[in-house]
Design a protein around this ligand. Structure first.
Ligand SMILES: Cc1cc2nc3c(=O)[nH]c(=O)nc-3n(C[C@H](O)[C@H](O)[C@H](O)COP(=O)(O)OP(=O)(O)OC[C@H]3O[C@@H](n4cnc5c(N)ncnc54)[C@H](O)[C@@H]3O)c2cc1C
Length: 376
């Protein structure tokens, strides 16, 4: 692995991801891109240097999310999940687990996926997947409906209820008791697998293979889920879409009637205005935080009332992206829907997932509304 340099990663993503997509089917796992991102240190961005990672600042990690969102959302999803899991291992792993996993995770030798959500889950308290201990053996049973990168991950962190705690089991998907279902049909977010994962009496070592040791409770960490990366990905996608649409319009403007030119100018103005506000929201989210500070939306709001938190930014930016991809496609006419490069179509299809993943926007809005009304 090269020494991690955020700018080199940015250059690589800008130069190579588009080139890769032009030459490969969108629905194949991009092993070469993942390998190269690992070599450049991007998979160790949230791992401190003492464990072999880059120890990037919060802003640098967010910019990586922006760049990957600008280039290709599924890759952003894979990398974003892995980086969050690096942080979880760092903050919750035993010293042995940190020693065993953080180095390989930082190098991309062990890419992690997250098996947390279950249909309609809402809160970790409602988990149906169970981890129990039978003597010296742990047993995991349950089903996770959507796991990004389930097919190609080296380890899957499976979140399960165990008595009063919520535990994370470091699952080896190659061992008996794990079934990764077929790739789920979907309009976008292709390339990286998305599948149901079933644990059928999967046996594990309860001391060594539970994050933080047997019984270590992750409820608080899961409830404090930081959604900054989804806002970053939305701004990146919007930037790419607007750049693409304006490029097309500029190239075709002279062929249009004066009336059409006027209308197109107005629409272009709307696009750049929306994008500028999205960027401002994202900047506001990143600016006041000390670079390495863990993000605690509630605490931050108490310190600086009116400050934007990650939930607000996620909702605003991912909703604004829906409007931008639609407006950009309409502005380009037929070429906005069907074009040889497929760029707008791909961003359009991938954008919807951002409203749902992380935490659905409606869930975040309901929480924010509850806080504003003082009703929990
Ligand atoms: C592309 C993709 C990748 C994913 N990758 C992963 C992954 O790697 N690992 C993983 O664990 N999961 C993953 N998921 C799952 C994802 O996290 C969930 O789909 C998401 O959290 C929504 O949960 P749900 O589908 O159960 O929807 P539900 O909870 O059933 O919610 C559906 C809708 O009901 C409404 N609603 C529900 N509850 C509330 C509430 N409290 N307040 C207001 N409105 C509410 C909202 O409109 C919401 O959008 C992925 C999903 C997708 C689509």
């Amino acid at each position: 692995m090269d020494s991690a340099d955020p700018e080199r990663v940015t250059r690589f993503v800008r130069q190579e991801v588009g080139r890769y997509l032009a030459g490969h089917p969108e629905d194949r796992y991009p092993a070469t891109l993942v390998g190269e991102l690992a070599r450049l240190g991007a998979l160790g961005a949230t791992v401190p240097a003492e464990f072999g990672g880059g120890g990037w600042s919060r802003r640098q990690v967010a910019v990586l999310g922006y760049e990957l969102g600008r280039a290709w959302q599924p890759l952003a999803g894979l990398v974003g999940t892995h980086l969050k899991l690096c942080r979880l291992v760092l903050e919750h792993g035993t010293p042995e687990q940190r020693g065993e996993w953080l180095g390989p995770m930082a190098r991309g030798a062990a890419v992690f996926a997250r098996a947390y959500h279950e249909q309609g889950l809402g809160d970790p308290a409602g988990l149906r997947t169970r981890a129990v201990r039978r003597g010296s053996v742990g047993v995991l049973s349950g089903r996770k409906n959507w796991v990004t990168n389930a097919r190609d991950a080296d380890r899957v962190l499976a979140v399960a209820r165990s008595g009063a705690s919520v535990v994370g089991v470091l699952v080896d998907p190659g061992r008996p008791g794990v079934t990764v279902g077929p790739d789920l049909p979907r309009p976008g977010m292709l390339g990286v697998s998305l599948a149901e994962v079933t644990f059928d009496d999967y046996e594990f070592d309860p001391e060594r293979e539970v994050l933080g040791g047997w019984g270590h409770d992750l409820t608080g960490a899961l409830r404090r889920h930081d959604v900054t990366s989804y806002a970053a990905r939305a701004v990146g996608s919007a930037d790419a879409v607007v750049e693409h649409a304006l490029g097309f319009v500029r190239a075709t403007l002279s062929e249009r009637t004066p009336e059409a030119r006027g209308a197109v100018r107005l629409r272009a103005g709307e696009l750049v205005t929306r994008l500028a506000v999205m960027r401002a929201v994202w900047e506001a989210l990143l600016e006041p935080a000390a670079p390495e500070a863990p993000f605690e939306p509630a605490a931050a709001a108490a310190e600086a009332p009116g400050r934007i938190d990650s939930a607000t930014a996620k909702v605003f930016c991912t909703e604004a992206l829906q409007e931008i991809v639609r407006a950009a496609a309409v502005l380009c006419g037929g070429a906005g829907y069907a074009a040889p490069d497929g760029v707008l179509g791909r961003h359009y299809r991938d954008a919807l997932a951002l409203v749902i993943v992380g935490a659905p926007n409606d869930v975040l809005l309901s929480r924010l509304g509850g806080q504003a009304l003082g009703v929990g």
